[in-house]
Design a protein around this ligand. Structure first.
Ligand SMILES: [Zn+2]
Length: 160
């Protein structure tokens, strides 16, 4: 079968940004997911639609179809004193801001200037063009249970 809505897809992928490999499943655990349930970036889902087992494909996903454009308003400045003393404020450190309704929002320390800490709430891959190389390892229909759960069960999937 080909990759279509409600197909279970198992694939290996390599992701390059600015010519540098930043993520790869080759030689490790492949990625498995139910196609069309919305867990992946739109540009990736669109590019693999209609492929079948054994197919290989290289494609580019724009920022718009990937993790979104960089939002300048999501870059905010705080004072060092606003943070608890034991928080790592080195550039690149990941932090979690807790909202009033207990949601944890991931963000990164972008820059530290004097007493100012500049925090970036954009996804680390926002504004980036994504270069993918993929190889489809398997395509099969999702079981009713998998469809109900919204994730893949079995060897490469979810274990209950
Ligand atoms: Zn499940």
């Amino acid at each position: 079968m080909t990759i279509e809505a409600n197909a279970v897809v198992v694939l290996d992928y390599e992701l390059k940004v600015n010519g540098e490999v930043i993520d790869s499943s080759f030689g490790q655990e492949p990625l498995s997911f139910i196609h069309g349930v919305g867990a992946l970036i739109p540009g990736f889902s669109a590019a693999i639609d209609g492929l079948k087992k054994g197919d290989k494909k290289a494609f580019v996903v724009s920022a718009e179809d990937g993790y979104g454009e960089l939002d300048e308003e999501a870059i905010r400045t705080y004072a060092k004193d606003d943070f608890p003393g034991d928080v790592d404020l080195s550039v690149g450190a990941q932090l979690f801001f807790e909202t009033e309704d207990q949601m944890e929002i991931p963000c990164f320390v972008k820059e530290v200037v004097g007493n100012d800490v500049i925090i970036d709430f954009n996804h680390p891959l926002a504004g980036k063009e994504l270069h993918f190389n993929i190889e489809v390892k398997d395509v099969r229909p999702a079981t009713d249970e998998e469809k109900a759960h919204g994730h893949v069960h079995g060897a490469h999937g979810h274990h209950h």
